[in-house]
Design a protein around this ligand. Sequence first.
Ligand code: DP6
Length: 329
Amino acid sequence: MEGQARAYTNIALIKYWGKKDQVLMIPQNNSISLTLDAFYSETRVTFDSHLTTDQFILNDVLQDEKHGKKVFQFLDLMRQHAGITTKAQVISENHVPTAAGLASSASGMAALAGACAVALDLPQDAVSLSRFARRGSGSASRSIYGGFAEWQKGTDDTNSYAVSLKEDLSAWPLAMVFLLVDSQEKKISSRDGMQRTVDTSVFYPGWLATIEKDLTDMRQGIATNDFELVGQTMERNTMKMHATVLGAVPPFTYWQPDSLKAMQLVQEQRAQGLPCYFTMDAGPNVKVLLQQENLKAFLGAARKTFPEDKIVVAFPGKGIQLVKEFNHD
Ligand code: DP6
């Protein structure tokens, strides 16, 4: 009753922002992401009848009830699927560049879902894994695939899952540069932030009214390797997401002064003829999409504004890897 998996994180180009069903994790809209190689989670789960409680060890630290909550809830769900009550030990490592301060629920929950599926002998095809991962964290549904993936919102547990849009990007070498911004303020999680927005934001109807156009443009951009179309669509989509939170009650923002500095850097570089576009998630870091041929020039400009240890370069990453057999040495 052991399983192990490695999953890479993904960044949404068209954001998942809002749930229709908070228990089943059915989103309000489809989302499209790029899986990256720089950040990944490795998780081993062991269901063991000798255990009296679930245990979750993250980066060598035993997690308490509060910090382990999402993992323990996920284990309950997997036990339900398998029809067992056996407790489990979860050992997980997040491989994130130092000082990144990046959340890793997408890679973490995808790896946990994969490890559980192996340990409990549950279905391990991509759709099943995506459906399992979705219940842990919505964005994790997309980390099953390498390259570009789309989470199709669906209407219920069976039809809400991600599919691959383009896995092999060897003909279209892309890069994503993370400009890391220190957060001074108390963080509002993506889960809480999106729910408050759905419930209260006067701008949320505008988000939903324009999402289909963003999705159509993004799909077309990806299908035709059209960097401008992908970049422009990504940037306007993130701006809209961040506009919705300003209209929430009470209002909030994920931006910090240095987030604006990073956005300005991208816009300036673009004005000077270097194609690059930004996106932001539920935090102050800015992620910049580029074609690899422009990476060196962009990094040269970025280093004038951001210290070296606040710049992380990532490339398109692989889909989930499951380990079925163990080497007990
Ligand atoms: C802004 O997947 O972390 O990164 O489903 O509640 O666990 P839960 O939320 P989560 O939200 C991600 C939000 C986002 C956009 C995205 O990744 O699509």
